[in-house]
Design a binder for this molecule. Structure first.
Ligand code: GLP
Length: 243
C-alpha cells in the first residue's frame, strides 16, 4: 500500500523513492485522468522538499505516466498500448491493440481438475471444476489456443453463459468477481501437430505460452494456459528499478 510507504534517508535519492511511490499509486488506486496529490500535499505527506517532488513528478511526466494541465495540476496518463503487461482479458487485450477479437469454444465441461489446476485453484479432488477450451482469433485469424480451469462451486451456471464472449466480463457482470491480481509464467514451445492445425501454423512453429492463476479479492478463480502464435503476438513491459 503506497500510503504506508515513506521516503527515508539513505543511499537511494529521495526523488527516486518518491517516483516509485507515485508509480505505485498510478498503477494502483489512481485511474487514468485522476489528479495526483498536489505538490504541497506531497511535500507534507512525505516530508520532502519541493525540488524533490518536482524531480519525481517531472520524471514521470517525461516517461509518459503523468501529464500536466496548466493551472489545473498533474494527472494520470492512460496506459500506452503494449507498454505494460496488464491483467487484461483476451477481448480487451486485442481491442487495445486495434484487433477485432473472436472466439470458438472447443469444449466446455464440468469435471475433476488435474492436480496442478487443483493446487492453483485451492480445490479438492472432490470439488468440481469447469474446463473451458477456446480458440481465440484476431481479425479472423487464429491467435491463441486457451485452456481455462475455474472452480465450479462459486460460479453456478457458468457453462450456460456465452463462452464466446469474455470470461472476465462474465465473472464481473454475472458473478460480481473482478480479477484483480495474477501470477503468470511465460515460456516458449514449438507447436505440436494438433495445436499447429488449430492455429494454422507449420508444425513446431514457435508459440509463446502463458500460464496464469488469477485472483479476485485474494481467491483463485482461474488457472489458464494460453498458447499464442509467436509470429503474431509479443508483449512489452516497463521495468522499474528494484529500489
Ligand atoms: C487472456 C489470458 C487468459 C484469460 C483470457 C480471458 O487470453 N491470457 O488467461 O483466460 O484472457 O479472456 P476473455 O475475458 O476475453 O474470455
Amino acid at each position: 500500500d503506497p500510503r504506508e510507504v515513506n521516503v527515508v534517508d539513505g543511499p537511494v535519492p529521495k526523488h527516486r523513492q518518491l517516483r516509485q511511490i507515485l508509480l505505485a499509486m498510478v498503477e494502483g488506486e489512481l485511474v487514468p485522468d485522476a489528479p495526483i496529490p498536489s505538490e504541497r500535499e506531497l511535500v507534507t505527506r512525505f516530508g520532502v522538499s519541493r525540488a524533490t517532488v518536482r524531480e519525481a513528478v517531472g520524471r514521470l511526466v517525461a516517461e509518459g505516466r503523468l501529464y500536466r494541465v496548466r493551472g489545473k495540476g498533474t494527472f494520470v496518463a492512460a496506459p500506452k498500448v503494449e507498454s505494460q503487461m496488464h491483467l487484461a482479458s483476451f477481448t480487451e487485450d486485442m481491442r487495445r491493440r486495434g484487433h477485432k477479437p473472436s472466439t470458438v469454444v472447443l469444449g466446455a465441461d464440468e469435471t475433476v481438475a488435474p492436480p496442478p489446476a487443483r493446487a492453483a485453484l485451492g480445490i479438492d479432488v472432490t470439488d468440481r471444476a469447469f474446463r473451458v477450451e477456446r480458440l481465440r482469433s484476431a481479425d479472423g485469424a487464429p491467435m491463441a489456443h486457451e485452456v481455462s480451469w475455474l472452480p465450479a462451486a462459486p460460479l453456478p451456471g457458468m457453462l450456460e453463459r456465452d463462452l464466446t464472449s469474455s470470461i472476465y466480463s462474465i465473472l464481473a457482470h454475472d458473478y460480481g468477481r473482478v480479477l484483480d491480481s495474477a501470477a503468470q509464467t511465460v515460456w516458449a514451445e514449438g507447436a505440436d501437430p494438433l495445436r499447429a492445425r488449430l492455429l494454422r501454423v507449420p508444425p513446431a512453429a514457435p508459440l509463446l505460452v502463458f500460464r496464469k492463476t488469477s485472483y479476485a479479492a485474494g481467491r483463485p478463480l482461474e488457472h489458464v494456459t494460453s498458447w499464442y502464435r509467436a509470429d503474431r503476438y509479443q508483449v512489452h513491459m516497463t521495468l522499474d528499478s528494484a529500489l
